[in-house]
Design a protein around this ligand. Structure first.
Ligand code: AMP
Length: 318
């Protein structure tokens, strides 16, 4: 039996299913998690299906989480979407269920769970959930709301079909989801919308980005600065893609200082793989979109030098 068929069999076998995703959620985390929850609610109305994981941090237009007590985990099936490693799972009670399933599209650096469906080539975890529906159309019933959530996840993780991870299949799936009749233009606008404060921070990024001749670039946000701009750590996601719109910029890092003093690093690339660098600095992620942590600005400089190196070595520069 395929892993997909096994997952469906487990879903059919359990009365209670609790679905988790990663901390600091993005549209794909919420889209894949609640998209799956809605798909299962429509397909198995007699089951208890829950979505958990705390605050949705500005993504309330997509969905809200539910409160579940510890006892509910007894004998339950737990499914985690879009989360490569167990420490990043939002709500550590994920381990209290009877069985655990991982569904993800990040490189499988940390296999966890009794069953795993990991497809690193997929544009998003939401695409994988939509694939699940299309594999078993007799068992799984798509709804307008589930389609809206999965489409949001795909749009979020592909930068509205901008990044190479979106394949012809991704676009076909997105079209199949749009067929369910939600207002996708309004949803696209909601995903793209930024606050005035983030708009001002965008100006800072364009003004202050350091770009070198290899195509490497970086900008740093101190905690004081973020306070001045009135932008939270989570909201910095709105400016992460911006350096990529500038000509000749190939790979970049945004160093975001945390209240404890260290810097969270958000790394992106248009060509050279950067997740190897992220892994050396307490992080990981995809080839072209990774995250890491550095203790101070000296370490930030070292990480940046590694980005410069992969840019210099990149074939387009040679
Ligand atoms: P972000 O810049 O936070 O949006 O992260 C981009 C990508 O890097 C996502 O796919 C994350 O899963 C991954 N990532 C971010 N931070 C970490 C980390 N500390 N460890 C492993 N992967 C990370």
């Amino acid at each position: 039996m395929s892993v997909q068929a096994n997952i469906l069999a487990e879903i059919k076998a359990y009365e209670t299913i609790i679905i988790h995703r990663h901390q600091r959620p993005d549209p794909d985390a919420i889209g894949s998690q609640v998209g799956l929850a809605e798909l299962l609610r429509a397909s198995f109305p007699e089951k208890n299906i829950y979505q958990v994981g705390g605050a949705t941090e500005g993504l309330g237009y997509l969905a809200h989480m539910q409160e579940v007590d510890d006892a509910t985990y007894q004998g339950a099936l737990v499914i985690v979407t879009d989360t490569a490693n167990a420490p990043r799972i939002s709500d550590e009670r994920f381990a209290m269920g009877d069985k655990l399933i991982k569904i993800d599209h990040h490189p499988n650096e940390e296999p966890y769970g009794d069953l795993m469906w990991v497809q690193a080539a997929a544009s998003s975890c939401s695409e994988i959930i939509a694939d699940f529906w299309q594999l078993f159309p007799d068992d799984l019933h798509m709804t307008k709301e589930a389609a809206r959530l999965l489409y949001a996840g795909i749009v979020g993780d592909t930068g509205r079909f901008l990044y190479p991870a979106s394949s012809p299949h991704t676009l076909r799936i997105a079209a199949d989801l749009i067929d369910f009749g939600f207002d996708y233009a309004a949803l696209n606008r909601q995903i793209e919308q930024i606050s005035r404060n983030v708009a001002r921070l965008s100006g800072y990024v364009y003004e202050n980005l350091q770009i070198d001749s290899s195509g490497a670039a970086y900008v740093t946000f101190s905690t004081e600065m973020l306070e001045d701009y009135g932008v939270s750590d989570a909201q910095t996601s709105g400016v992460v893609p911006l350096p990529g719109t500038i000509e000749n910029v190939l790979a970049w890092a945004i160093f975001v200082q945390q209240p404890e003093g260290y810097y969270r690093v958000r790394m992106r690339s248009k060509g050279p793989a950067i997740n190897g660098i992220a892994k050396r600095y307490d992080g990981g992620g995809h080839d072209l979109a990774s995250g890491a942590n550095v203790r101070n600005l000296d370490e930030a400089q070292k990480l940046y030098e590694e980005i410069q190196k992969v840019c210099i070595d990149f074939p387009a520069n040679n």
